[in-house]
Design a protein around this ligand. Structure first.
Ligand code: PEP
Length: 238
């Protein structure tokens, strides 16, 4: 079954590296669907360089379309360029930039209304997991961040479960831990929503995670930067 592998390049990758990355991707037929979120200044170039079928998106957007919001990036403009999706509520946005569920809900609503696919990220910290608060935290992030969404295409709503303790740490959730949370999210949101797991996904652990019943794909940081790793993820047996 086809899965969805999304690369979050964060503020990494130079243009020459991005060019080499897409040139390598053009040499293979990928088993799974692949999307890449480069930094905002690289979206236009990546749209031109990416092989057909690979969607390019953004790592964050404003909840406004136009206006006096110096330094913000408009979701309308992303759509206008040909960008197809946006990651909203990544734990780095929540922790380093203090984005709240209420602010994220506005971004999700605006992006969905413009026809962008949204990857809404949720996940507990290590302290929250140790206090047995995982399910409560995620339920609140879903309830409050996906509130009053208005009319949208349900295929465009994707949720990424990314335990904060597993992001960039090399500590991956076990397939059972990930499945347990995904199943709870599925129960809360219904069967239509695509659910990605994120947190230290690598070529050597991807298959076991992707084989879980409620894991429809992966959101990948570190291992999405190197073409050989990303290609291996996109070919992972499931
Ligand atoms: C991420 O930043 O979304 C992520 C999952 O990073 P990594 O794969 O490096 O843990």
């Amino acid at each position: 079954m086809k899965k969805l592998i999304v690369g979050n390049w964060k503020m990494n990758q130079t243009l020459p590296l991005a060019k080499a990355f897409f040139a390598d991707l053009k040499t293979v037929e990928l088993e799974h669907e692949a999307w890449i979120a480069p930094q905002a200044f690289h979206v236009t170039a990546c749209l031109q360089m990416a092989p057909e079928g690979i969607w390019i998106g953004a790592q964050n957007v404003s909840n406004e379309e136009h206006g006096a919001f110096t330094g913000e990036n408009s979701p309308f403009s992303l759509r206008e360029l040909g960008g197809k999706f946006v990651i909203i509520g990544h734990s780095e946005r929540r922790q380093l930039f203090n984005e709240t569920n209420a602010q994220l809900a506005l971004k999700v609503r605006k992006s969905l209304s413009l026809g962008l696919a949204v990857i809404y990220c949720v996940g507990e910290t290590l302290a929250e997991r140790e206090q047995n608060k995982t399910f409560e935290v995620i339920k609140t992030q879903l309830n409050d961040g996906l509130k009053d969404l208005g009319d949208y295409n349900p295929d465009n709503l994707i949720v990424a479960y990314e335990p904060v303790w597993a992001i960039g740490t090399g500590k991956v959730a076990t397939p059972a831990q990930a499945q347990e949370v995904h199943s709870a999210i599925r129960e809360q949101l219904g069967s239509k929503t695509t659910l990605l797991y994120g947190g230290s996904v690598k070529p050597d652990n991807a298959s076991e995670l992707l084989k879980q019943k409620d894991i429809d794909g992966a959101l990948v940081g570190g291992a999405s930067l190197k073409p050989s790793d990303f290609i291996a993820l996109c070919q992972a047996p499931v």
